[in-house]
Design a protein around this ligand. Structure first.
Ligand code: URA
Length: 244
C-alpha cells in the first residue's frame, strides 16, 4: 500500500500528524537508507525499509493476527467501559486498523482472527460464503443421536432456521456432555441458541478453527501471533480471494 510518509508514521503510532511532521523535518526519518524531509512523499509500506533515529521500524500496515481469546474480554475494536481483545495486542495494531473478524461472546474462548484487510474481513463473514467454524462445547444434559440428527437437519430458531451443522459427541453423561460442532454461519449467539433449541444450555464454548485455520496449540489464552504467508493464502482462498 502506498501512503504519505506523515500518515504512515502516525498510523504506526510514532506521534500525532503534527509531531511526526516535526520528526520528519528534524531528519529523524529515513526510508531505504535516505533521510526524507518531505512529509508528503509516498512509500510502499509493506516493503520499504523504515528507520526512525537510525532504528529499524516494522512499517507494515497490512497485518493479520491469530489470537487465543481468553474469557472475559469483549470482541470489539474499542469499548468505552470494558476491556477488549485489542488490549492484548501491541497498540500499533489498532493504529493500522486491525479489526476482529466477527465476534466471540465475552465468555467464549479460542481462535479469533484479526485483520487490517477490510475486504478479507467482510468476505469471510459474508452470509453466502459459509466458512466453517468449529467449536468445542460443554452443555447441560445428555447429548444423543437425536441431537446429532437435529443439528444435521438444521434447527429452527426464533428468527431463522440454522443451516445444517455437524455435531460430534465427545462424551455424554446425564448431567453434562461435551461435543464438537461445526457451523457455517455466524449469527449472534448462534451455537448457544442452537443447543438451547435442542434443550441444552452451553456452559463453556471454545472455537477450535475458523475456515482452514486451527488455533495454534503453541498459543496460551491471551497470546497471539501473526499469520504465516501460507495461512494467509489459505484464508484468502476460503474467502474467494485467490491470487490470479
Ligand atoms: N456462537 C455463540 O453462541 N457464541 C460465540 O461466541 C460463538 C458462536
Amino acid at each position: 500500500m502506498r501512503i504519505r510518509l506523515d500518515r504512515w508514521l502516525a498510523m504506526l503510532g510514532l506521534g500525532s500528524r503534527s509531531r511526526v511532521r516535526e520528526r520528519i523535518r528534524d531528519g529523524q526519518i529515513s526510508v531505504e537508507g535516505q533521510v526524507i524531509q518531505d512529509p508528503a512523499l509516498s512509500f510502499e509500506t509493506e516493503t520499504a525499509a523504515l528507520r526512525v533515529s537510525g532504528v529499524p521500524v516494522d512499517g507494515r500496515v497490512t497485518r493479520h493476527v491469530m489470537l487465543y481469546k481468553p474469557a472475559g474480554l469483549l470482541t470489539a475494536a474499542r469499548d468505552a467501559k470494558q476491556p477488549t481483545v485489542m488490549d492484548l495486542l501491541d497498540p500499533v495494531y489498532a493504529g493500522i486498523g486491525c479489526m476482529p473478524v466477527g465476534r466471540l461472546d465475552k465468555d467464549t474462548t479460542g481462535l479469533l482472527l484479526l485483520t487490517c484487510d477490510g475486504e478479507l474481513n467482510h468476505r469471510l463473514l459474508a452470509p453466502g460464503r459459509h466458512v466453517d467454524k468449529r467449536y468445542r462445547a460443554r452443555v447441560t444434559g445428555r447429548l444423543d443421536a437425536e441431537d446429532v440428527r437435529r443439528f444435521a437437519d438444521g434447527l429452527e430458531l426464533s428468527d431463522f432456521r440454522a443451516r445444517p451443522a455437524e455435531l460430534r459427541i465427545l462424551s455424554a453423561e446425564e448431567a453434562s456432555s461435551e461435543a464438537e460442532v461445526t457451523v457455517t454461519e455466524g449469527k449472534y449467539h448462534q451455537v448457544k441458541r442452537m443447543f438451547a433449541a435442542a434443550g441444552h444450555e452451553v456452559t463453556a464454548l471454545h472455537r477450535c478453527s475458523f475456515g482452514p485455520l486451527e488455533l495454534d496449540p503453541a498459543l496460551s489464552p491471551g497470546q497471539w501471533r501473526e499469520l504465516t504467508a501460507e495461512e494467509l493464502r489459505s484464508l484468502r482462498k476460503a474467502a474467494g480471494m485467490e491470487e490470479a
